[in-house]
Design a protein around this ligand. Structure first.
Ligand code: ZN
Length: 82
């Protein structure tokens, strides 16, 4: 089971439209969602990454880890190196 990053629907990997973006495969409930994603992937990648954010919202010292955004990775590394 995969999640459509555009509409959030749960989709079945084998019967869904799919594309590769940045080395990751994304699955969609329909070609309509696939096209929307292709038009502005960044908009939907933020939603997709929400589950990666393990930091509680109140903890400002925790760094949002987003593999799609190198600058955010840099923040994490700076903190780790100290
Ligand atoms: Zn969809």
């Amino acid at each position: 089971m995969k999640t459509d990053p555009v509409c959030g629907m749960t989709v079945t990997a084998d019967s869904s439209p799919q594309i590769e973006h940045d080395g990751e495969t994304y699955y969609f409930c329909s070609e309509h969602c696939q096209h929307k994603f292709q038009q502005s992937p960044k908009q939907y990648l933020h939603q997709h990454d929400e589950h990666v954010n393990v930091a509680p919202p109140e903890d400002k010292s925790a760094i949002y880890t987003c593999p799609m955004h190198p600058e955010i990775e840099q923040h994490k590394n700076l903190k780790t190196n100290k």
